[in-house]
Design a protein around this ligand. Structure first.
Ligand SMILES: Cc1cc2nc3c(=O)[nH]c(=O)nc-3n(C[C@H](O)[C@H](O)[C@H](O)COP(=O)(O)O)c2cc1C
Ligand SMILES: [Mn+2]
Length: 482
């Protein structure tokens, strides 16, 4: 059964010994970060701080910070199960016989349960405040010593595309400026920023309504970070993954909708054209991302549960919680990538590459130059465009095994011949590119080179022991006392 809200998820985690309560006072200023950082690196349970200093609202962190917790969150034995369900859809055939048609029925149910439902009311409306509120009531983290202030780190930010009316939900951090004002750190390439640009270009209104939900059922929370194509509603995807529609409820002050089961909802608006310095912020690159100008979010109304739980995460030197979320995304999106790039066998984004710096790709090579074709396709594919280094290897290389990739790839390249540089869009968090958002990327063709690619020498085989000798030594091993 999918979780109905954050608290049922917390109960499930507690039952599985995947959640620890911290009953004494801990400071959201830096101290909770140090707890969360050590907990994720030592693979300890999620942490529920019952008494964050200076707030009556408990704080939960590291909800998704292990493979196991990711599985519980998504209610699967393995993220690959979701990938298999997606593949099932993509490969759906026209039913020929009655039996085929009957087999389709569960699929149809799956589709119908994916659509979000609009409901009249929900727990996120237990308390509605148009006045006399302050976000400083919540235990918002000051994560790292060099941060510009407190940041809301796990928000689901809702906006609408003014041209198509389609909804978007993205996770964009929000720096607290005062009791009712925050930053809105949607980077240039993200959907919230695109909606903002569309509204400015239309010139019909001066404000952009935005709603922010904090804490919900885990699949809905997770869906906010998915790199979906712009016009696909994250709430639809969440409903598909949950096998149950996401209930959405209309905001008090705008036409936007938010998950009815949310813990806390901040309703507000941006004044188009108003920008303010945001950052620095200790980011998921493991470095402080530089300060820059971003829109300002004005909060008009807070709706919440009577006793809300505040959900947060920290990012920083990897691996952090977002690595595990990213790993699940990698698994879920592989079949979608393979629709366009069928030669791709597997991909891996190692933790040290912080998603955008490194992607390892194994391919089944069938024609000359195919590794380069795959690199360029990745640079043209949604948020994979940010991949600063793409390393393409043959299908016999296990890309999940980073030492194996390093060993084989380094042996297989003639650097001047096999490395290619391109210019293009760069992740906003990259601090090394010559200018923000624009710079160079590198592709490494570490596949076996063919005569049809101009390689005329012989290519050696990888060393392997014969299997009969292996099994004989298996039996002698113990006799040797090893
Ligand atoms: C913990 C966490 C924090 C994030 N913070 C930001 C952020 O501040 N700004 C941003 O543009 N993307 C941020 N992201 C990445 C986006 O959520 C991600 O790119 C998402 O796919 C964007 O959705 P969109 O394509 O609908 O805009 C963050 C991701 C995670 C996991
Ligand atoms: Mn989106």
């Amino acid at each position: 059964m999918p979780f109905d809200d954050l608290r049922t998820f917390l109960r499930a985690l507690e039952k599985e010994k995947e959640l620890v309560r911290v009953p004494f006072e801990v400071d959201p200023y830096l101290e909770i970060t140090e707890f969360a950082d050590r907990a994720v690196k030592q693979q300890r349970p999620a942490l529920l701080f019952e008494k964050p200093k200076g707030s009556d609202v408990p704080l939960v962190i590291n909800l998704f910070a292990s493979m196991r917790r990711m599985q519980i969150a998504l209610d699967v034995g393995d993220a690959e199960e979701i990938a298999a369900r997606i593949s099932g859809f993509l490969q759906m055939q026209k039913p020929e016989s009655l039996v085929d048609k009957l087999k389709l029925l569960p699929r149809l149910k799956e589709i119908s349960s994916a659509f979000p439902r609009t409901v009249k009311d929900g727990p996120c409306k237990e308390v509605v405040r148009h006045e006399n509120f302050s976000i400083e009531e919540f235990p918002i983290l000051h994560c790292w010593p060099g941060d510009a202030g407190r940041f809301i780190t796990l928000p689901m930010v809702f906006s609408r595309n003014p041209e198509t009316g389609k909804r978007n939900c993205g996770m964009y951090r929000m720096q607290v400026f005062d009791e009712r004002t925050t930053g809105m750190h949607w980077q240039k390439h993200k959907q919230g920023a695109e909606h903002y640009r569309r509204l400015v270009a239309e010139g019909k209104q001066t404000r952009m309504p935005v709603a922010v939900a904090i804490g919900a059922d885990p699949v809905t929370m997770f869906s906010a970070i998915l790199p979906l194509p712009p016009e696909i509603d994250e709430m639809l995807f969440a409903g598909f993954v949950r096998g149950k529609p996401v209930d959405m409820v209309k905001c008090e002050t705008s036409e936007l909708e938010v998950p009815a089961n949310a813990e806390i909802v901040l309703e507000g608006h941006l004044e188009l054209g108003e920008l303010r310095r945001e950052g620095p912020f200790g980011d998921h690159t493991g470095f402080y991302s530089l300060d820059d100008n971003y829109p300002v979010f004005h909060i008009d109304c807070i709706t919440q549960r009577k006793k809300p739980v505040y959900a947060a995460t920290i990012v920083g030197p990897p691996p952090m919680e977002d690595f595990y979320m990213g790993k699940a995304i990698e698994r879920i999106f592989l079949p979608l990538m393979r629709m366009q790039l069928p030669e791709v066998r597997d991909i891996c984004m190692p933790a040290e590459g912080v998603f955008h710096n490194l992607i390892l790709v194994s391919i089944r090579k069938s024609y000359p130059g195919q590794a380069r074709k795959v690199m360029h396709a990745i640079w043209g594919l949604g948020q994979a465009m940010f991949s600063k280094v793409v390393i393409v290897v043959d299908e016999d290389v296990d890309v999940q095994n980073v030492p194996e990739v390093a060993w084989k790839a380094l042996n297989n390249i003639d650097p001047e011949r096999d490395i290619e540089f391109v210019h293009g869009p760069i992740d906003s968090l990259d601090h090394a590119s010559r200018m923000p958002n624009y710079g160079s990327k590198m592709g490494v063709d570490a596949t076996t080179k063919w005569p049809s690619e101009g390689f005329s020498r012989r290519w050696p085989a990888v060393i392997e022991m014969s299997s009969d000798v292996k099994s004989r030594v298996d039996s002698l091993w113990k006799r040797a006392g090893l």
